[in-house]
Design a protein around this ligand. Structure first.
Ligand code: CAA
Length: 389
């Protein structure tokens, strides 16, 4: 039985900041952000978007009635959870009108959460071939104003339906994975901003990739030449390139050229959104599939997932016949063109505007936010969500 991605959708908030303008304001050469780090635009979430609304908006337009009925597991990968106890998956389950006889759970291991969810989904579908699993990766990356990580912030979500007989990509072969208890990036429960040892996190990312790649080659006898493209978790678009460079010498020049060229394509969406943590690898896959018109059906695509702390995994999927027909390319391109640019001053104001931390109720103005699903306030300690559709 083949198991894989049947549908894949994406959502980012409607506001963005131009990285050139942020650089000028921070007295940094713009080329450091656009070339050195590799980011052009950063998605900025208004207060009316949180990890639940981003995830629900990403899934909303890819689900049909049959999906609502057949999805029996909702797995919500995030490191921007809104509650220590109740999972974001339960809110999304209700907002999307999914069949009540479903499981709904949140999965956490930094940016690796959605990959863990995919692996769990595979097991569930192997036992229940008729079922469909909704996997969500949704996050808001926050490091703080004037911090080293500021240029690598972002916000957004990816939603995938995992099923048997998938129409986009079938997962193939084993995974290689690795866990090590390190402090490269983390967010203590009392902080709404991430803490990071930037240089160490870069080194660990590359080291995890090199190790799981070695392990993968031993398990499968595959080499770089077997892959049409390799997609990476992208905290910023230069990161995956550094990891790829660490191993690329082991293949021919022609394969090197192909992998580097496809790598560039796979970074297009991420370059214009920023880091979306759990969703970043799958946003990169989406970028490759939707931006590269001549990517052949039957191609093998490698996927490297990295979640600080840390867990890394390498696995692969094969593109299915006519996969292009089952993408939501137009919808995603429309999302990009309809976004609104904001100034650095507006971004800073939005960044500082946070929900009350003392349990006070609040009503939010949702009229400025064009998203279908918004956070409309907090009442008696419970978040109020609205679906305008
Ligand atoms: N023109 C072109 N390039 C320039 C330049 C210019 N004028 N000025 C600087 N650069 C280049 C530098 O040479 C450097 O390139 P290399 O990395 O290839 O050497 C690059 O721009 C970045 O410069 P610095 O290393 O000086 O940047 P920095 O110290 O300000 O920090 C960072 C960069 C460490 C990524 C920081 O943004 C950060 O801490 N980000 C958050 C952590 C992160 O994303 N880590 C990634 C791995 S962890 C992970 O993947 C999980 C996750 O999602 C967080």
């Amino acid at each position: 039985m083949e198991i894989g991605i049947d549908k894949i959708g994406f959502y980012a908030p409607h506001l963005f900041l131009d990285m050139n303008k942020l650089a000028v304001e921070r007295n940094v050469e713009p080329a450091k952000f656009t070339i050195g780090i590799g980011q052009e635009k950063m998605a900025v979430p208004p207060i009316t978007q949180d990890s639940v609304t981003l995830a629900a908006n990403a899934a909303l337009n890819i689900l049909d009635e049959e999906d609502q009925e057949k999805i029996d597991v909702v797995l919500f990968g995030t490191e921007t959870g809104i509650d220590h106890s109740k999972s974001g998956a339960v809110y999304v389950h209700r907002l999307l009108g999914i069949n009540p006889n479903a499981r709904a759970v949140e999965v956490k291991q930094a940016c690796y959460g959605a990959t863990a969810a995919i692996q769990m989904a595979k097991g569930h579908i192997a036992l229940n071939p008729e079922s469909r699993v909704l996997v969500l990766g949704s996050d808001i990356a926050r490091y703080g104003l004037n911090t080293g990580g500021e240029a690598t912030q972002g916000a957004g979500a990816v939603a995938m339906i995992i099923s048997a007989e998938p129409r986009v990509m079938a997962f193939e072969g084993p995974s290689a994975y690795l866990t090590d208890d390190i402090m490269d990036f983390w967010r203590p429960v009392y902080s709404d901003k991430a803490m990071v040892d930037g240089k160490f996190s870069n080194e660990q990312y590359i080291s995890f990739f090199s190790k799981v790649w070695e392990q993968y080659k031993k398990k499968t006898d595959l080499t770089l030449a077997d892959f049409e493209a390799i997609c990476f978790h992208l905290p910023y678009t230069k990161m995956g390139k550094k990891a790829l460079r660490a191993v690329i010498d082991e293949t021919s020049e022609a394969v090197q050229e192909r992998l580097m060229e496809n790598y560039q394509v796979s970074t297009q969406y991420n370059r214009n959104v920023g880091n979306i943590y759990t969703g970043s690898l799958y946003l990169s896959l989406l970028s490759l599939l939707e931006e590269k018109a001549e990517l052949a059906e039957g191609s093998l695509v490698g996927l490297f997932s990295y979640g600080s702390g840390a867990v890394g995994e390498f696995f692969a999927g094969r593109l299915q016949p006519n996969y292009r027909k089952h993408l939501f390319t137009e919808q995603h391109q429309e999302l990009f063109v309809s976004r609104k640019e904001i100034s650095v001053e507006e971004y800073e104001e939005i960044f500082e505007e946070t929900l009350p931390s003392d349990g006070r109720s609040i009503e939010l103005d949702i009229h400025e936010d064009p998203a279908a699903i918004c956070l409309s306030g907090i009442k008696e300690h419970s978040r109020q969500y609205i679906n305008k559709q």
